[in-house]
Design a protein around this ligand. Sequence first.
Ligand code: ZN
Length: 359
Amino acid sequence: MTQLHAYRAAILHSLGDPSQVGLEDSYAYYEDGLLVVDQGIISDIGPAEAVLARLAPHTAITEFSNKLITAGFVDTHIHFPQTEMIASYGEQLLDWLNNYTFPEEGKFSDPQHAQRVASFFLEELLRNGTTTAMVFGTVHKASVEAFFTESHKRNMRMIAGKVMMDRNGPDYLLDTPESSYSDSKALIERWHKKGRQLYAVTPRFAPTSTEAQLSMAGRLLQEYDDVYLQTHLSENKQEIEWVKSLFPERAGYLDVYDHFNLLGHRSVFAHAVHLEEAECQRMADTDSVISFCPTSNLFLGSGLLDLPRVEGHGIRVGLGTDVGGAPAFLYYVPLLRLIKSSNFKNINFILLKLCIWLL
Ligand SMILES: [Zn+2]
């Protein structure tokens, strides 16, 4: 027996990527719309008048006048352990990591702390309209265990992973190539595709992993060919120079990841603000994805991604908040400010991009 429920409100939903199909064909908007749900699955949508005419009699209708129903937002880059340090301000990336991020992440060796923050974090995401996110834990296996437990309880679609980090951090946050491999493997076995949970192999960024550890990350991707990969790339010029000094035999920052077979259509690289032309081409050739985090980039003074340039190369781009480098979970208030002050011409375009990230 069907259990229909209908919701009446203004409805906005995405039909395609505006950079590919054009703005006009990229969305549908019904000022007075009706959304019909059948046992948790959308079964009909359209202008209320038209949908009412074909709706089964006696269907319950909930009215939300002056409200907008839209698809859940997808946040392609966020750190749940940084929830309690949102908007820690004003230093460049590397100092910021040492002064704010690492001490905060150290607390996640305590599973109860991890569980409490995961719960708060997921509630905040929902409150801001985000239903799917790609999430960094900490180096502690227990942090991701707690996170997936809370996400599974809420039936949210989360892609998350344990940070792999075996150098250039404080001792209390370092693992080893072997332990990062076995902990990640255990988490994949337990959580990948359990309900709506998905796993992402998560080396923090090239400077905090040895070659041995990056090899292990590549091995995990080879052994489990449907897991994701998330890391950081070319956020800041000082960081890029550091990577070049740590990996002098590689052609550049992206080539470090490429060498260990970490590129691909399930690989998401946060920031990628300062890519060279050859790197853009390689990202496109491997169908790798950029997570564009404008609020974080502006906040930490890292520069801003040249969106038309990377999309011109055919690189897929999603939006991320990168909490706590960003001032909020919420995209659109800072984005509206950004739009006003930059060359983004069309607010609709940006709002629609939020809804569309095709994995
Ligand atoms: Zn980040």
